[in-house]
Design a protein around this ligand. Structure first.
Ligand code: DX5
Ligand code: ZN
Length: 224
């Protein structure tokens, strides 16, 4: 079962509740929250109060809040985000010298633990923790901004991680984030991803949010 995780980074923050309502009505399973600190990545975005503010709306619809931490020293904020309503917390291997400990911290706080890596980081950087995590996220753009183009080599990285997870017998989610559109969603799913983040394709896709989501679903059904 493929899950779609719209990223609210590309939503209209002036009407965030209404945008989320439209996403929720479209029947998506997850909502992706991009947290940026202006240090690990150049941009500054969302903190725990916003997660807390959208929590009831997501809980009522059974939508899982998926929080992607693009921040230095993420261990300082894990419990704040879980308390605010995060059900998945994903950290970057580049920010975690004690990655094993941080994964345990996320699990102890009661969330699913995800690990991710930048496009230029070798896959070997996450190899030791693959048996421990609930989710692996392949960044298919350099983190920091929505609306960037998919980096083609990401497909090979998704496929390689799919092979490693399968070899381990892991049921961890394999997520992809960045530049996914109706025209390439099938490619990333065929490579083995099963949770698809999409920001601009959902909120700035040229049609209503509901229609943009339908276009992504239509892209999934095409054979390539
Ligand atoms: C990038 C973020 C992504 C971003 C995706 O740093 O992690 O989640 O919102 O946006 P699109 O789908 O527009 O590439
Ligand atoms: Zn993200």
């Amino acid at each position: 079962m493929i899950k779609l995780a719209p990223s609210i980074l590309s939503a209209d923050f002036g009407r965030l509740g209404a945008d989320i309502a439209e996403v929720v009505e479209s029947g998506v399973d997850w909502l992706h929250v991009d947290v940026m600190d202006g240090h690990f990545v150049p941009n500054i975005t969302i903190g725990p109060p916003v997660v807390s503010a959208i929590r009831d709306q997501c809980d009522a619809a059974g939508v899982l809040l998926d929080v992607h931490l693009m921040i230095e020293q993420p261990e300082r904020y894990v419990s704040d985000f879980v308390d605010a309503g995060a059900r998945v917390v994903t950290v970057h291997v580049e920010t975690c010298p004690h990655l094993h400990r941080t994964i345990q911290q996320i699990k102890s706080a009661g969330a699913l633990a995800g690990v991710t890596l930048n496009p230029a980081t070798p896959l070997s950087a996450v190899e030791e923790v693959l048996p421990l995590v609930d989710l692996v996220l392949v960044m298919s753009v350099n983190p920091g901004f929505g609306g960037q183009s998919y980096i083609p080599g990401s497909t090979r990285r998704i496929a390689a991680l799919r092979g490693k997870l399968d070899d381990l017998g892991s049921k961890a989610y394999l997520q992809v984030d960045g530049g996914v559109k109706p025209g390439n969603i099938r490619e990333v799913v065929d490579a083995g991803a099963n949770v698809i983040v999409a920001g601009s394709a959902v909120f700035r896709g040229g049609q209503s949010i509901a229609d943009n989501i339908e276009n992504l679903r239509a892209g999934l059904q095409l054979s390539v």
